[in-house]
Design a protein around this ligand. Structure first.
Ligand code: ADP
Length: 405
């Protein structure tokens, strides 16, 4: 069973064809800089010997439809013997309406469109991808997988903000949380690895990439997460501020020439690590700090301090945890950041083994001291695989329901 996974953004389309029987990527590609004169297509094709062969082509793409036609051609030329069973689309915001992977029909498209008010940068792009694919692949079932869905299990006292009631009832203001596909994937991986049923597992999952969020997982379900109504809340990120006194944007509007649009853009694109030290790439921040740059040192201290505060808070609400998970670019690759975060958390049974922290394997590594109660795991996230697996289950249920009718 082969599933095509699509992640459609404003200027790029990422896609993978995944054999979900044995979790193998058969084809992976990205069409970048769509609509620009220098748009290009990077492609990897699995060979008979198991190796991935890489190609890069310059392609003229006026719009997303052109880009998807390139993807369609690649699939046609390279997967003649491979049946494609269905398509899984990443959709950023599912609001309160979507708690599960959902087979796409006209009604679902309308609701995703309505939810664009909550994710104006993302949902419209995801929708373009779905609409083009429905035209290009009309016979295939297509499924929407929402970044917010995993967090729909949060209790109301965790997702409500203490604001006037009608902000929630009329305008849908509440915590939704994001990175759900990644948190769900690493939680399942941890359950497999620890050989404990997921519904018996308490976890703190740290997704530390360019965007970053932490989730408290109780008995396999998200009960709180650091991102909010939008991905701006919570941890310090590459360019996003994370938690902030809500009066600050109004104050900046009063004392500077910035308007609403400027302020939200600065909070999303010029803040976080970049705001604190001028660079959003953690490798660069670490290098600058190593050279003694004070702003970079401050950025690192603030970054890890914010994470520690969330770990403490999530310990308090979970009671006990089986494992803390590090994932995504920084979580998977930076021993320095992991060590800084775990420093002096022995009261919470978090005791890092410095040696193990430096020797990380390709998939899952256990890096706590052997006597420690709480496991510390480094798990490589794989959102595409999780989308493919969820799409598979959704299509199997669809087919079963059709048979029973
Ligand atoms: P995205 O959210 O864009 O998917 P990633 O999960 O790829 O982001 O994470 C990107 C971040 O990971 C960047 O800040 C990058 O500097 C950081 N990163 C990648 N490799 C390393 C490394 N070896 N050490 C420290 N940071 C790293």
């Amino acid at each position: 069973m082969n599933i095509l996974v699509i992640n459609c953004g404003s200027s790029s389309i990422k896609y993978q064809l995944i054999d979900v029987a044995n979790n193998t990527v058969l084809i992976a590609g990205i069409v970048e800089r769509i609509g620009k004169p220098n748009s290009q297509h990077k492609l990897q094709l699995r060979q008979n010997n198991g190796q991935m062969l890489k190609h890069t082509h310059t392609e003229l793409t006026k719009n997303h439809r052109d880009a998807f036609e390139i993807v369609q051609k690649v699939l046609f030329n390279n997967s003649k013997n491979l049946e494609i069973t269905g398509i899984g689309h990443r959709v950023v915001h599912g609001g309160e309406r979507f708690q599960q992977p959902t087979v796409i029909d006209a009604k679902v498209l309308d609701v995703i469109d309505d939810l664009s008010i909550l994710a104006p940068l993302h949902n419209p792009m995801n929708l373009i991808g779905i609409e083009v694919c429905l035209k290009l692949f009309p016979k295939l079932p297509q499924v929407a997988i929402f970044d917010t869905a995993f967090h729909q299990s949060m209790p109301d006292y965790a997702y409500r903000y203490a604001v006037p009631e009608n902000w929630y009832s009329d305008y849908q203001v509440r915590r939704y949380g994001f990175h759900g596909t990644s948190h769900a994937y690493v939680a399942k991986q941890a359950a497999n690895y620890l050989n404990i049923p997921l519904n018996n597992l308490n976890l703190i999952s740290l997704h530390l990439g360019n965007g970053a969020s932490v989730t408290a997982i109780q008995n396999g379900e998200s009960i709180d997460t650091s991102m909010g109504m939008t991905p701006l809340e919570g941890l310090i990120m590459g360019t996003r501020c994370g938690d902030l006194d809500p009066a600050i944007p109004f104050y900046i509007a009063d004392v500077s020439t910035a308007n609403n649009e400027d302020i939200i853009s600065q909070l999303n694109r010029q803040s976080g690590l970049k705001g604190l030290c001028g660079d959003n790439d953690m490798r660069e921040v670490l290098r600058m700090a190593e050279e003694g740059n004070h702003r970079a040192k401050l950025a690192l201290e603030s970054y890890c301090y914010r994470i520690k505060k969330y770990i403490g808070a999530y310990f308090a609400i979970l009671g006990n945890i089986d494992a803390m998970i590090f994932t995504a670019g920084i979580g998977e690759n930076s021993a320095t950041i992991r060590a800084k975060i775990c420093h002096q958390l022995t009261n919470l049974s978090i005791e890092l083994d410095m040696e193990k922290n430096l020797n990380i394997s390709d998939k899952i590594s256990e890096i706590q001291q052997s006597s420690a109660q709480c496991k510390i795991l480094v798990i490589k996230t794989n959102e595409e695989l999780e989308i493919a697996q969820q799409t598979k289950v959704c299509i199997q249920n669809l087919n079963r329901n059709k048979l029973n009718q």
